[in-house]
Design a binder for this molecule. Structure first.
Ligand SMILES: [Fe+2]
Length: 245
């Protein structure tokens, strides 16, 4: 399955994703923010849409659903928690994880093809250099547990296909809270010279994302937490600080 990513050019900076089966000329769309963008992409690439998947039910992730159901033969067939789906005669597998925290029924989709090719469609659970907020039906303590689970489960070479492009703002927050981290500075420099959107794998993400680096002394100090604070306390304090940053 080929992965295609399209930026929706909206103020919320959504990404729309496609899993494309080139042999069958079919596509699955993940989180269709805009039906016109999806229909144009299908037309340009002569693909038919078979399924729509939604990571969660926030309006910007399901906005295109109804029109796409009317204008194509696609069905909403989001793989439910722990469901494994097989594509291309077993060559590609997708495993769906329940990842509560941003919303309590949020799902992430893990695409496996071979050892080199792995992708996680993480919706609003994990962003580059950040995590989703918990202000609309979420719970930061639960999101902390989800992120711990993902850290254990996700192979480090897995590419992260996040729901929104908040990378630059998240990096500036990360730099503020973890100023001695030179990896953050390098990514900021790289963003300035880069024309298109970047893609990080889990290993790269773990070096810069403060929400994955809860034992960092500098982060704890800048949050005014003592060294005995639990990782969950650090996570929730980071989330609160980021909410008003
Ligand atoms: Fe959301």
């Amino acid at each position: 399955m080929q992965v295609k990513r399209i930026f929706a050019h909206n103020s919320l900076r959504n990404f729309i994703y496609f899993l494309v089966d080139e042999g069958k000329k079919t596509a699955i769309c993940i989180d269709p923010y805009d039906s016109k963008i999806v229909l144009d992409f299908l037309k340009e690439n002569q693909l038919s849409l078979t399924e729509i998947w939604n990571t969660h039910q926030h309006p910007d992730h399901i906005r295109g659903n109804n029109e796409l159901i009317q204008k194509t033969d696609a069905e909403i067939r989001t793989p439910q928690a722990a469901e494994v789906r097989t594509f291309e005669n077993g060559k590609s597998k997708v495993l769906s994880y329940l990842t509560p925290g941003h919303t309590m029924d949020h799902l992430c989709f893990h695409l496996y093809e071979n050892e080199q090719s792995k992708a996680l469609f993480c919706g609003d659970t994990l962003f580059h250099a950040g995590v989703g907020h918990c202000k609309l039906g979420g719970e930061p303590q639960i999101l902390y547990q989800t992120i711990c689970e993902l850290k254990k489960m996700i192979p480090k070479e897995t590419n992260l296909y996040v729901g929104h492009d908040y990378f630059e703002t998240n990096l500036l927050f990360a730099q503020d809270i973890n100023p001695s981290n030179s990896e953050i500075d390098s990514w900021l420099l790289r963003l300035k010279s880069h024309q298109s959107f970047v893609l990080l794998n889990f290993e790269e993400e773990s070096k810069i994302n403060p929400f994955l680096r809860l034992d960092c002394e500098e982060i704890r100090k800048n949050l005014h937490l003592d060294k005995n604070a639990s990782d969950c306390e650090v996570f929730c304090s980071l989330r609160t600080k980021r909410d008003s940053w």
